[in-house]
Design a protein around this ligand. Structure first.
Ligand code: GDP
Length: 489
């Protein structure tokens, strides 16, 4: 049955104008015709041609490179035209007006080119996800992970498993459907079970990656928390101002959490400032605060910032008592404002020198000693388990480099091995778990003699894998049965 004719779509595929070059893509059955309308000709496939682009009145609007990718050898699998225009707003606007007047053309919706690539079998779902991740990748580690995914490392593996499952199913279905005996012959069931056993092991070992791929994709999430006025926002700003570290500072999804994305040694680290978490009775704000708190407590690491000179701070209060107990997250104690301690000490030194005749050398302890003495009284009981403590000044920047170095090291440990992981999303994990669980049931004793149930579980596993790549299709199960077995009954 012929598919209904699809609309031809077009969009600006490059970044925001004005720019040196703007890439406009056109995909669909009218792409070639559109190119002819704009330029009067169609170049040889996949060969760049420099030509005049004409607007809707026939006037020349630009001189541009154009490329013609006839179906199916194109990104979307359809006829595709790529225009490399000069990237001025007026140029793009004129070309868009001209395109809008060609019958059968319309502006593309978000993600529509990739969607067509998927529908035309150019990309499986995991590759589409990898492509999206590649565009969004902020660090080298994330880029490598996304690139592997886009090139089908997970998708191909899943397809391979699914093909084997379909072969196993074919064996059993053949036995059920075509056996004259009451029982399905064991020489059909045994190899099917062997396939199921092998796949259960392989899928299990991919799942046993401790979530490393998901972690790398998300990055190490670090919440900055602590009592009000300890200097959390100042510390975040201080870190964010380091050009080398910063990727993109932007306000978070709720107004209660500020996020800063860092690239530490190629690894993604997101810092969350929870300073906005506050007491409120406004129901909408309460929801925001609840989410902010949830985000902070779900962090992979907490930097608990205290004012090193304030003996009243340091109690670990996230304003929700239950959270403290539920925090299994590592906590680093950050003693901030050590510059004030130095100032205080200087004052004390001055006072002391006035009383120099009374001096007995009691003020010879190091700055660190002062910091420790000042803060240990109240903080130590809370942080006895915390090995990691830092003395910093968010205002002067002192100690911040050491903190960043430690964060980098922590990110390395936390995200180690992520790049080679196959599972990068919860969706993948759920699909693979679905497949593995079905295989386990298939291998269970209770259905060993029930080939119909066995077939059902194998089908469930195959469907789960099909959902992973987006290629669920029962037709191919039947295809394999009739092609491989050719049972002429
Ligand atoms: P937050 O409520 O924890 O986010 O605290 P802020 O970052 O708003 O800081 C509270 C006050 O402490 C501000 O006036 C800051 O300028 C000051 N402050 C923060 N860090 C330091 C520091 O390292 N040294 C000094 N002297 N003042 C600081």
């Amino acid at each position: 049955m012929a598919e209904p004719a699809r609309e031809t779509i077009y969009a600006l595929s490059s970044g925001r104008p004005p720019a040196a070059i703007a890439v406009v893509r056109i995909s669909g059955p009218h792409a070639g015709e559109a190119l002819k309308t704009l330029t009067g000709k169609v170049p040889a496939p996949r060969t760049a041609m420099l030509t005049r682009i004409r607007g809707c009145e026939g006037e020349a609007v630009d001189q541009a490179l154009v490329l013609w990718f006839p179906a199916p050898h194109s990104e979307t699998g359809e006829d595709v035209v790529e225009l490399q225009l000069h990237g001025g707003r007026a140029v793009i606007a004129s070309v868009f007006v001209a395109l809008s007047q060609i019958a059968g053309l319309r502006p593309a919706e978000a993600g529509e080119f990739s969607r067509r690539a998927f529908e035309n079998g150019k990309l499986d779902l995991t590759a589409v996800e990898g492509l999206a991740d590649l565009v969004m990748a902020e660090t080298e580690g994330q880029r490598r992970l996304a690139f592997r995914q886009m090139t089908g490392v997970l998708g191909n593996r899943a397809e391979n498993w699914r093909t084997q499952l379909i072969q196993a199913l074919a064996l059993i279905e053949a036995g059920i459907d075509f056996s004259d005996e009451a029982d399905v012959p064991q020489d059909l069931v045994a190899p099917a079970l062997q396939i199921a056993r092998t796949l259960e092991g392989e899928i299990g070992s991919v799942l046993a990656d401790s979530g490393r791929g998901e972690r790398l994709r998300e990055g190490l999430v670090v919440a900055i928390a602590g009592p009000p006025n300890a200097g959390k926002s100042t510390l975040l700003n201080r870190i964010a101002r380091r050009e080398a570290a910063i990727v993109s500072p932007y306000a978070g999804t709720t107004r209660d959490v500020i996020e800063v994305h860092l690239d530490l040694g190629g690894l993604p680290v997101t810092l969350l400032d929870t300073a906005g978490i506050r007491e409120t009775t406004d129901p909408i704000e309460l929801e925001g605060v609840r989410r902010a708190r949830e985000r902070a407590t779900a962090a992979d690491l907490v930097l608990w910032v205290v004012d090193a000179g304030d003996p009243t701070t340091g109690s670990m209060d996230l304003s929700a008592p239950a959270e403290k107990e539920s925090l299994t997250t590592p906590i680093w104690l950050i003693r901030n404002k050590i510059d004030l301690l130095r100032d205080r000490r200087r004052n004390e030194d001055q006072c002391q020198s006035k009383r120099s005749n009374e001096s007995d050398g009691r003020f010879t302890e190091s700055l660190t000693g002062v910091v420790n003495n000042q803060s240990t009284r109240t903080n130590e009981p809370e942080f006895r388990s915390s090995e990691t403590k830092f003395n910093v000044s968010a205002v002067s920047g002192e100690g911040v480099d050491a903190l960043l170095t430690a964060l980098t090291r922590h990110a390395e440990t936390f995200l180690v091995g992520g790049e080679s992981a196959l599972v990068t999303r919860e969706r993948h994990r759920r699909a693979l778990e679905g497949a593995r669980d079905a295989l386990r049931r298939a291998l269970g004793h209770d259905i060993a003699s029930r080939e119909d149930l066995l077939a059902e579980e194998l089908q469930t596993a195959a469907r789960a894998l099909g959902r992973l790549t987006g290629r669920v299709d029962v037709e191919d199960i039947l295809d394999v049965i009739f092609r491989d077995f050719c049972i002429g009954k």
